[in-house]
Design a binder for this molecule. Sequence first.
Ligand code: NCD
Length: 310
Amino acid sequence: MLEGRHLINSEDFSIEEIDSIISLAQNIISSPKRFSSICQGKLLGTLFFEPSTRTRLSFEAAMKRLGGEVIGFADGASSSAAKGESLVDTVQTVASYADILVMRHPKEGSSHLASAYLKVPMINAGDGGHQHPTQTLTDLLTITESKGRTSGLKVGFCGDLKFGRTVHSLVRAMSRYPDNEFVFISPKELHIPNHIKIVLEKEGVSFKEIERLEEVIDELDVLYMTRVQKERFFNEADYIRLKDSYILDKKKLKNAKEDLAILHPLPRVNEIHPEVDSDPRALYFKQMSYGMYVRMALIIKLLGVDNAEN
Ligand code: NCD
């Protein structure tokens, strides 16, 4: 039962609950009209304290395509946070007007903190370098559509695995499906955090850490590319040194499997050369379009308006 729940971290939901969202998203894709007024009279509140294109607009489009309405702000500077209001007070204000909230904030743990004061569901749309669970739902739908499964896959994560919140959330979700194996490809300064490795070791999930993408590209079923997270660096020189560590191009793909799925949460900076975009294995634009459908499914489930549909 997902009605009334918060989604802060990807492990908040069981894999059965995640699968139910993915399969509802697939139903919405095949017959969107059936869902076009299911959220009539409901209001989504969006609180974006950090820049966003895809996540914010796909949430807004999702609510509108379900017949609901949206209020909120796209920039903390235009909210009373700029006057010194506490995060909890701002969030409680929007919660008193809306039926469900989505928040993106630069501080790790911010949505968890705010959700403790709420009676309406809170969705974490990214809390600093910590997690981004709705991107994970998007990624899992993309993998399901291309591979027909989310288990028994060798998944390479490449780029900024230290600050990349989408990586943290997807690893924590995919590690709970059977027989997935992970290869973490990054410079040593951008390794996946220890706390995630400790969980994987405890769960008995197989993983390795390497620096060169060429070493493993031929073994991968899924390659998840990421941007170096400039906004989380303390030091500009380190960013400049690391930003172009990986650039996926046609040459690097030469030994890759015919059915490799290339994902990227976007925005990309330099890490995938545009010449790869026309390769049938490049799924990142499709992935982006799935974002709206999984968010439609998530809103339906958290508001509990799907009872008539089941
Ligand atoms: C990601 C994010 O915000 O973490 N973007 C997104 O929501 N699709 C990835 C990123 O910014 O690199």
